[in-house]
Design a protein around this ligand. Structure first.
Ligand code: GTP
Ligand code: SPV
Ligand code: MN
Length: 580
């Protein structure tokens, strides 16, 4: 046996001695294994079969009502040195953290099965892919990991060959928020998660490994692990560009990644490479190359409809797991925005009563293989990834921030990303709709000090002789009537079209203190009626408002102290001077 398998076996034995499971099951990732797990969960009531005519092989999982989202206040980065975690993370000393969480793990798997889940983040034969092993006592986690990652035999082979892997230990415990922690030990390549079965807290390959641990490794190794979608845009001439975009949780990544071109844009095609996580590597050709470490989507259900995201609706009619959605009388999954159908049971399984709030939980989700998406890009399996022409940052801002602007250069782009802010959403426990800084959409996910992260972004830029241009977009501006000013969804292609025309040097722009904005006449608005008045607001730069915003941005950057890169402060001062 290889030394890596010896160390994996030793770890499994140690965990079993601590958690005392009744059985140990090594997952091979096969369909037979999945079917057996599903059958068992159906028996136990953990999964409810949905309408087999309309949704063959689809299941509903209802989670504990207090376990429906990520818990940022219970998520810790436990580096040796507190400054390495930074003010953007909750921190606990590693020894204290291990002791605290191991106490919870003690005997936690009694009466349960311990599953060993080997997985690979990224195409199995990609030099950029990374492996991990999650130990969990949740069969729901196993079947979700099988969709979201390359899980099983092949991953185990790669681990055997390679040696290094990330260890993730997960137990659902009592689902008591008072006994819940998500802990990261970046120096040990280890994750420990207790007391939650929810996606981002429990599917450890996703946010815990592919963002928090990976971002730490990426800094040491010269690449970037980002909360970004990856999408290919093909124009009617057949020319294809790839862009990667970072929007905070529940701010539109899945939707942009599988956009359907508007009717006015015959001949345009959109290819989905990834919808949530992107690993970016500087290439030998001086460009930035992207892989999607995942193999499925764990997407937001509410708001998804034939009109807003037809690709998603079509990929969800078979072999999907739904979590915390409502159901109709004929047992189809339902959520707010899907259709005019009337739900009969809400997400908690109660008879639907509007007095109890929405039928589907606002953070209800679907899990589905990326291969089921009609716009699936085969390049998602390309070991080298895809070259990136533009990076886009964006947030939910009902005022101030224009529809789109371009950063002057990489350094300005890093400032644009670092100073991003967005309204909070139901993806994390806590208040919704509060504007907060969310640098690069990584506030909940950067596994190290943001000051060092900004420095690292600047360094990566120095390595690129053909860097992507950097943009900021905002689909969420509202008018005085409280309605969105921009139609969004399909029509976002119009903004991507301008971005790509800029990348190809085909259109000009208006120079403003905050960056380069489109001339209204350069936006392709064919077929968009009555957008005129809204466009004035969408493309305006409110200099008073921005002076105020930059006051806040400056204070935010100062909150990282001397560790924040001087170049970013200088860039901030440059914009402030232009606004003065
Ligand atoms: P995570 O999976 O949490 O990281 O989220 P995400 O960034 O992938 O967000 P997603 O695409 O699932 O969108 C979240 C919500 O925003 C859904 O309810 C969408 O319907 C809505 N949304 C997405 N794009 C647009 C848009 O262009 N305009 C408007 N108004 N809403 C949008
Ligand atoms: C997010 O919250 O950004 C998600 C869902 O993509 S989760 O994987 O649960 O974090
Ligand atoms: Mn996400």
């Amino acid at each position: 046996m290889s030394s890596s398998l010896v160390s994996l076996n030793t770890w499994v034995a140690e965990v079993a001695a601590l958690t005392k499971p009744d059985r140990i099951h090594w997952c091979d990732g096969s369909e037979a294994e999945r079917d057996a797990l599903v059958a068992r969960m159906v028996e136990l009531g953990d999964l409810l079969p949905l309408n087999p005519q309309t949704h063959p092989n689809c299941y509903l999982h209802r989670s504990h009502p207090n376990d429906v989202a990520r818990v940022e206040h219970l998520t810790f980065v436990c580096s040796e040195n507190q400054d390495d975690a930074g003010p953007n993370n909750h921190w606990m000393a590693p020894t204290e953290a291990h002791a605290k969480i191991d106490a919870l793990f003690t005997g936690s798997m009694r009466g349960r099965t311990l599953y060993v889940v080997p997985y690979c983040m990224g195409p199995i034969d990609s030099p950029f892919a990374r492996c991990g092993v999650e130990i969990t006592d949740s069969p729901y986690v196993v079947v979700n990991m099988r969709i979201m990652t390359r899980m099983g035999e092949a991953a185990l082979k790669r681990i055997e060959r390679e040696g290094r892997f990330v260890r993730g230990l997960h137990s659902i415990g009592e689902l008591d928020p008072e006994r819940r922690f998500i802990m990261h030990f970046p120096e040990e390549l280890m994750i420990k998660s207790y007391g939650s079965g929810y996606g981002g807290n429990a599917l450890l390959g996703k946010k815990c490994h592919a963002l928090r641990i990976a971002s730490w490794q990426a800094r040491q190794e010269g690449w970037l692990a980002e909360h970004m979608l990856i999408v290919g845009i093909e124009n009617p001439q057949g020319e294809r560009h790839y862009v990667a975009a970072a929007f905070p949780s529940a701010c539109g990544k899945t939707n942009l990644a599988m956009l359907i071109p508007p009717q006015s844009h015959a001949g345009w095609k959109v290819w989905t490479v990834g919808d949530d996580i992107c690993w970016l590597h500087p290439g030998h050709d001086g460009r930035l190359w992207a892989i999607n470490p995942e193999s499925g989507y764990f997407g937001v259900a509410p708001g998804t409809s034939r009109k807003t995201n037809r690709n998603a609706v079509e990929m969800l009619n078979r072999d999907a797991i739904f979590t915390n959605v409502a159901v109709t009388a004929d047992n189809q999954p339902w959520w707010e925005g899907l259709s005019d159908a009337v739900p009969v049971k809400d997400w908690q399984g109660r008879d639907y009563d509007p007095k109890n709030g929405p039928a589907a939980h606002p953070n209800s989700r679907f899990t589905v293989s990326m291969r089921q998406c009609p716009s699936f890009a085969p390049e998602a399996d390309e070991p080298a990834g895809v070259p990136i022409s533009a990076l886009i940052f964006g947030g939910r801002r009902e005022s101030l921030v224009p529809l789109v602007f371009e950063a002057r250069d990489w350094q300005h782009g890093v400032l644009v990303g670092a100073s991003m802010a967005s309204e909070t959403t139901a993806a994390a426990a806590g208040a919704v709709g509060v504007v907060r800084r969310d640098s690069m959409a990584m506030k909940p996910f950067c596994g190290y000090n943001f000051a060092d992260y900004f420095t690292h972004w600047l360094k990566v830029g120095d390595k690129l002789t053909r860097p992507p241009r950097i943009y900021h977009v905002n689909w969420f501006r509202k008018g005085t009537d409280g309605k969105f000013l921009w139609p969004g969804f399909s029509d976002n292609l119009r903004v991507l079209q301008w971005i790509l025309a800029r990348c190809e040097g085909k259109v000009g722009a208006q120079d403003t203190p905050i960056g380069l904005l489109p001339n209204a006449s350069d936006l392709d608005l064919r077929g968009l009626d009555n957008i005129g008045a809204a466009l004035d607001s969408l493309l305006a730069v409110d200099e008073d408002g921005w002076r105020n915003e930059f006051g806040e941005i400056k204070r935010y950057l100062e909150s990282f102290g001397a560790r924040a890169p001087g170049k970013l402060k200088a860039e901030c001062e440059r914009v402030e001077a232009a606004l003065a």
